[in-house]
Write a protein of this length. Structure first.
Length: 167
């Protein structure tokens, strides 16, 4: 029954939280294919895996979320596998990932770029599900060079409301 819950949750959610042996969990887009969470990253224009410690043979924890509410559905332990570029397993995984990759700058040659510059990973469930936590798992945001603006100008609400009244 646990296997069915894991598979259904991973299929329905386009985003999973992955916590590797190192660092905090990170949200990553994925595809569920042939019994595994399939990921592509660590290259230009792709999601970063740095700091997670996702090496071939390592263990990682994957948390699938609800597609409509965004809440945690299930967490499960996985075994990380990195198929060799050009292998049959790699080609099958990339074929599935290509169909879900949005806004790729080079959609027609994406498999060549992934083979040359990126890592393709398969996270296969290896064990049961983890119990849901009792409390909040909120964590401080990761450091980033992005900043927010200062307070909004006092006249901004008037400007925004004036545009609505004119309609």
């Amino acid at each position: 029954m646990e296997r069915a819950v894991v598979e259904e949750a991973a299929k329905k959610s386009a985003l999973v939280w992955v916590r590797g042996p190192e660092g905090p969990a990170r949200a990553l887009w994925h595809v569920w294919h042939a019994g595994a969470v399939c990921l592509v990253g660590d290259g230009p224009d792709e999601q970063p895996f740095a700091g997670l410690g996702l090496a071939d043979g390592a263990r990682a924890t994957v948390t699938a979320r609800s597609k409509d509410k965004g809440g945690r559905l299930v967490s499960f332990t996985t075994l990380v596998r990195e198929p060799a570029p050009g292998s049959e397993e790699w080609a099958e995984t990339v074929a599935e990932l290509k169909g879900k990759r949005l806004n790729a700058p080079d959609a027609e040659r994406i498999a060549e770029r992934w083979a040359r510059e990126c890592r393709v990973l398969r996270l296969t469930p290896a064990g049961g599900t983890e119990p849901l936590p009792d409390g909040s798992l909120a964590a401080a945001p990761l450091p980033t060079p992005a900043t927010t603006r200062d307070r909004a100008p006092g006249s901004l609400p008037k400007l925004l409301l004036r545009g609505r009244r004119a309609r």
